[in-house]
Design a protein around this ligand. Sequence first.
Ligand code: HEC
Length: 416
Amino acid sequence: MRSSLPVGIALIVTVLVLPTMGAAQDAPMPTWTADVGPIMREKCMNCHRAGQIAPMSLLTYEEVRPWVRSIVLMVENRIMPPWHADPRYGSFGNDRRLSDDQILAIGEWVEAGAPRGEGEFVPPVFAGATDGFLLTGELGPPDYVFKVDHGTLVPSGGSDFNSEIMVDTDLEQDIWVQAAEVRGNFNVVHHNVVSVIGPDGVHARTGRLASAVPGKQWDRFPVGSGKLIEAGSTLSFGLHYHPSNEPVVDTSSVAVWLVRDEITHELHSSVVADADLKIPPFESNYESRGEFVFETDAEITLFKPHMHYRGKDMLFRVVYPNGTKRTLLSVPNYDMNWQISYEFAQPVPVPMGTRLEVISHFDNSTGNPWNPNPSVAVLWGQDSRDEMMEGWFDYHVELEEPIVPDRVEQVWSVGP
Ligand code: HEC
């Protein structure tokens, strides 16, 4: 955790504040306890707490006070909370943008000297933050926990690296999953995407089961939908490690909760990709496209753009069978540090024959501050210095016959 002592800044704030105090006498000044604490509880604290990827905890007044200048800059420029969808398209259930009023309130509060206010602000308790699972509070203990056999040593310092670890499920019957939570040491796990490999060793239709990325650890599926893990499947943990300043052993796991009620829809996760991309040296706006045609009626539940350091923007649009086009998500300023899933507030129906088009651009010029090397042609590859063009999406399809799962008793857990 970083620390900082912006004492000078605090003094400047106090001086600046005095002249404005009188002007705003009518409207009550925002305070920590009444206004800013609750905003930050909703929009910041899930990341800014111990054991998460953010550099400092922002749960209490004492923790927040030294950071107020930086907080104003971050929220006014919409750098925090991270969210990169163009607000003109789509309505997303997990949208964590601050409203204009919230940004204004934080600005006024800091200008007023960041007053604490009356009463007490009680920060949220994150159940299972250090052991157990966050979803346990709502769903009870998980039905299964699948865990890597051996921990991975993440040495201190050094550059990021990827690791793919296979975890046998040892399942003897098919299971339908309504929620899954990915755990690991989030001081070093930047993200982990867990996918299902079928009993034949091939990527299953289910695809991505769940993922943990900065600020998000679990996936819950719409009521009536489930993700299928067939008996004999293996799980692939796609881990991206970001070393911290001390050596850490990570032992990642995924917990799953089974669907208890009737299943009417099967959830799939798929991807539109352009593995043939070839970005010329110094090219600032290389376009890459891909598409997918829905062969049945379906409903799209989420999108997740994935590119590396040269990724610039990604747009998802559908072309309906009658030729009408509709943009569903636009991410005009992609940032590789945030692997954000955009989850629709309401699944978006796509009739059979609808084409999903994914259009993206890459910046391999010197103008891209993240660019590791503008003078090379860039090809597809796992390494962050190579590129990927992947537009992930989840969609569900109605089953011919609804499935009523066997009455599942709380079964057993795999692993300790
Ligand atoms: C999805 C997780 C997440 C959310 C939500 C989030 N942050 Fe952050 N925040 C981070 C991470 C990670 C960093 C470090 C980024 C870096 O080092 O580039 C950070 C950095 C910051 C910094 C800069 C720290 C510095 O070193 O100067 C400030 C200030 C900040 N966040 C404030 C906020 C505020 C205020 C909110 C809510 C309105 C918020 N954050 C929401 C993850 C998050």
